[in-house]
Design a protein around this ligand. Sequence first.
Ligand SMILES: Cc1cc2nc3c(=O)[nH]c(=O)nc-3n(C[C@H](O)[C@H](O)[C@H](O)COP(=O)(O)O)c2cc1C
Length: 338
Amino acid sequence: MLFTPLDLGNVHLKNRIMMAPMATDFAGDDGLLQSEHTVHYASRALGQAGLIMLESTAVSRQGRGVDTNLGIWNDEQAQSLADLNVLLHRLGAKTGIQLWHSGRKKENESAEEPALSASALPFEDLPRQALTEAGIARVADEFVRAARRARDAGFDVIEVHAAHGFLVNEFLSPLLNDRRDRYGGGAKNRYRFLGEIVGGIRRVWDRGLFVRVSAEEYHPHGNHVEDHVRYAQWMKRQGVDLVHCSSGGVTREAPPVYPGYQVPYAERIRREADISTAAVGLIETGRQAEEILRSGRADLIGIGRPLLRNPFWAVEAARSLKVELDAPRVYRPYWKAE
Ligand SMILES: Cc1cc2nc3c(=O)[nH]c(=O)nc-3n(C[C@H](O)[C@H](O)[C@H](O)COP(=O)(O)O)c2cc1C
C-alpha cells in the first residue's frame, strides 16, 4: 500500500510517503528561500517522496521563532516558493507548506517584535502577554493571507501547524489557555481560533488542507487523543482533509518514545472521527510503514529524520517491499528490487 496513490480532496499523491515538515534554518533574516532549501527539498522529491511538506513557515515576521525561519508574509517570498514548486512538480512530487506562528515560544523577540501568546502565562520564566480579540483576528487574517500566497505559489497542500505548543496549540490546550473570553474555557471556545483560521483558509483555498496536532500533551490536565477526536470531527465539518498526528511540545515533559509511538493517535482519530490521518514519528522502515497502512491505522506516512539521513529512503523502502518504482529512466535499472 505504501506505493499506491492517495487522493485527498482534489490532490492526487503518487504514493503514501510524506516528507515531514522539518525546520532547516537555511533562511536569512528576510525569510527568503535559499538554494540550500532547493537542494534539500528537490533531493527528497527525486528520492520519490510523494508529498514534500515544507518546514514551518512563518505567516508574519513577528510569527518567526528565530531569524532563520522561512517566511510567506510577502510577495517576494511567495515568488521564490513558486519557483521551487515548479521544480518539485517536474520531479513528480506534490508539495505542501506548513503555515505557522511561533506564539509564546518565540526566541528572537524584541521591542518591535514581541512574542504573542494565547494567555499571559510565562514561558520558561519569560513574561508573555495575552492577545486581544483584535490581535487574534489580525493573526487569523495573516494565516489567510499566507494561504492566498500559497495558492498563487502553486502549492497542493496547506498544513496548519496546530501542534508542539506553538500559537494555535496554545489556544487548544487547557494547560496554556486560561482566557475568560470566547476563546477560552470549554473545548468549543478553545477550538475557536483554529476554527477561524481553517474557515478563513477554506474561503480562499480549494486544494488539500491538513492540520497538524499534538494529539497527546503528556499531562493529566492537557489534551488527550479523545479531545482530538472531537476537534477532528469539527475539522472534518469545516473541510479539513487530513489530521497529521504528532504529540508533545506543550510541556517540557519528554514522552516515552519507541518505534511508531504516535501511530495509536492516528489510528484512533481516523476510526472515531472518520477522517484521513497521517502517522509520523520513529517510522523507520518501509515494512513498518506498510503494516500501519494495511492495518488501517493511517492513510499517509510522515517520514522525518530517516529522510534527513537518506534522501532516497523511499527507494530503499520500495526495494524492501519488492515494488518497482516508476522512476526517471536513468535510475530505473539501479532502483530495481533484487
Ligand atoms: C530537524 C527537525 C526539524 C523539525 N521541524 C519541524 C517543523 O518545522 N514543524 C513540525 O511540525 N515538526 C517539525 N519536526 C518534527 C518532525 O516533523 C517529525 O514529527 C519528528 O521528527 C518525528 O518523526 P521522525 O521520527 O520520522 O523524525 C522537526 C524534526 C526535526 C528532526
